[in-house]
Design a protein around this ligand. Sequence first.
Ligand code: AP5
Length: 216
Amino acid sequence: MNLVLLGPPGAGKGTQAKRLQDQRGLVQLSTGDMLRAAVAAGTELGRKAGDIMERGELVPDDLVIGLIAERVDADKGGKGFILDGFPRTIGQAEALDRLLEERGKKVDRVVVLDVDDDKLVQRITGRFTCATCGEGYHDLYKRPKVEGVCDVCGGTKFTRRKDDTEEVVRARLKAYHAQTKPLISYYEGQGKVRSVDGMADIETVQKEIDQALDGA
Ligand code: AP5
């Protein structure tokens, strides 16, 4: 199954994609993670994308489409993909449809996570990550069991994303409403959309996604 997780910044796409990956053996493809890795490695792509990401704008379609094509080809025999943060424009969605069709695949389901904008700002500005293993935490919703120590690996260093300030989150939300939200109608036209209440707690959202994937 190839699944697109669609939703604004902070809706919980990454959180739910990791759970789906663990439970269903699907491969998470996060263009945000790939771009951040390119920025950290100082590659040409990273140099092109870094400033754009810090402003909360979308990087050009051709750069992210190339990244996805490489990953799809690298996992030919797998059970499928969870597309997290891609596509984000109609151009990306059309390119994805073509890319999958050429390989005898398709997008099977599009799960839309609905969350209020103000809640998203609170979620994102409180988010932090273990610098060693990448486990995600939140100032209000998910603190480490022992303060300052990662529950998973025992690491003691944590990082926050540069684009997680309130000002940049507002810019990211603007980009979502202008460029990404129209994808809901695009995929509704293909009969693939299931909406989930992303305001519920993480476990409840996960159950709703399971129902959306396993139901008719
Ligand atoms: P990207 O990394 O994709 O960021 P995003 O879409 O803004 O989404 P986030 O990762 O911030 O949020 P999320 O929905 O994954 O939420 P999370 O699970 O972390 O993109 C970053 C930038 O890269 C873009 O701005 C753009 O510049 C560029 N880019 C990436 N892809 C691109 C593309 N295709 N085209 C062009 N440019 C691209 O959850 C957030 C927090 O909330 C966490 O702390 C989590 O623990 C908590 N949380 C999650 N669910 C719940 C819940 N149900 N209840 C309470 N807390 C919750």
